[in-house]
Write a protein that binds this ligand. Structure first.
Ligand SMILES: C[S@@+](CC[C@H](N)C(=O)[O-])C[C@H]1O[C@@H](n2cnc3c(N)ncnc32)[C@H](O)[C@@H]1O
Length: 325
């Protein structure tokens, strides 16, 4: 994990009670070019921060479709966006179902799609949601609380090698095998059900090996969160399927918060822009190389110093955008 991502995660846990501040709002709005009467999609509406700014710009007659898999967040967004109720459709669903959702709700191609990926500070900082290694609460981590499996289920039911793979892949944790072994040993005595209990087990592995910097459980918790919510699965398909709903000149803006996500976005956007995305030498490349989009951000945009000063949590954000041609 990048140093910036690590610092970001630590900052988030240091400031409990803070509200979610929309990240890279100005940049996202500039790129989306919201127009009165336009149709826009916020596929991760969260607390409605970006959505509010979009709704203010698409009056009169605009329409925003807001999706989130977290019912609590949707309720908060609904309360915040009450003045715009006539222009807003809120949908409790996984954005993987975007094609189905848009087929039901829109009759013409859309002007813009925003994805602000990952977890919100509201989710991360609400102790009862069980995301934080600092809270002595049930190990949960579900964004969608109607989903059955929780982080505790993964920790108690997966095999040692499955756990090690998850912690390595999604947490980029070099001690993944040792941590998985410690978890399996500990759950043989009693089930692991609480966040602090898991954090202590991971910390003990690091006490033996020594560590510096962020809390030793940070990467393991990130990995479990990504696995519980299947955060990376289907993202690449979603980007190309969602793109299919854009009108010519319509834009997609995606904000990612860790390198695993950003890599998927980069690859999907490059493919749509007709670039090679394989590792083969040029003479063996079979990438379609048919440009249907123009990359608005050949390199990812990052937050400016002003935003970083007021919202250190934005530090690991990477914004990419493309336009349908
Ligand atoms: C970073 S927050 C978005 C914050 C929002 N832009 C704002 O300004 O308040 C990400 C949101 O995406 C939601 N989310 C994550 N993965 C999702 C998925 N697969 N489908 C739908 N919503 C998802 C989370 O529940 C969370 O509320």
């Amino acid at each position: 994990m990048r140093a910036a991502a690590r610092k970001n995660m630590t900052d988030q846990l240091r400031n409990p009670g803070d509200e979610h501040m929309p990240v890279m709002l100005e940049e996202a709005l500039d790129l989306l070019q919201c127009k009165p009467g336009g149709i826009y999609v916020d596929a991760t509406i969260g607390m409605g921060g970006h959505a509010q700014a979009i709704l203010e710009r698409i009056q009169p007659g605009g329409q925003l479709i807001g999706i989130d898999r977290d019912k609590d967040s949707l309720e908060k967004a609904q309360a915040r966006l009450k003045p715009f109720a006539r222009n807003l459709r809120l949908v409790h669903d996984n954005y993987k179902n975007l094609p189905l959702i848009l087929n039901n709700l829109v009759t013409r191609p859309v002007d813009g799609i925003l994805l602000d990926l990952g977890v919100s500070s509201y989710q991360l900082l609400s102790p009862e949601r069980g995301f934080s290694f600092q809270s002595d609460v049930m190990l949960d981590m579900r964004m969608d609380r109607t989903q059955q499996w929780t982080a505790a289920d993964l920790v108690n039911k997966l095999s040692e090698s499955e756990l090690a793979d998850i912690i390595y892949r999604y947490g980029e944790e070099r001690l993944s095998r040792r941590i998985a072994a410690a978890i399996v040993q500990e759950r043989g005595r009693a089930p692991i059900t609480r966040c602090t209990q898991l954090a202590e087990i991971v910390s003990r592995v690091f006490k033996v090996r020594g560590h510096r910097g962020i809390h030793p459980a940070t990467r393991t918790f990130q990995a479990l969160r990504i696995a519980v919510n299947e955060e990376l699965e289907g993202l690449e398909e979603l980007l190309s399927e969602g793109f299919g709903f854009l009108k010519t000149g319509g834009r997609m803006v995606v904000i990612a918060f860790h390198s695993l996500e950003d890599r998927i976005v980069k690859r999907a956007f490059r493919r749509l822009a007709g670039q090679c995305v394989c590792d083969a030498p040029p003479e063996l490349c079979t990438c379609p190389r048919q440009a249907v989009a123009y990359l608005m951000t050949p390199r990812p945009m990052t937050p400016g110093p002003k935003e970083l000063a007021s919202n250190p949590r934005a530090r690991s954000a990477r914004l990419r955008s493309l336009e349908r041609i």
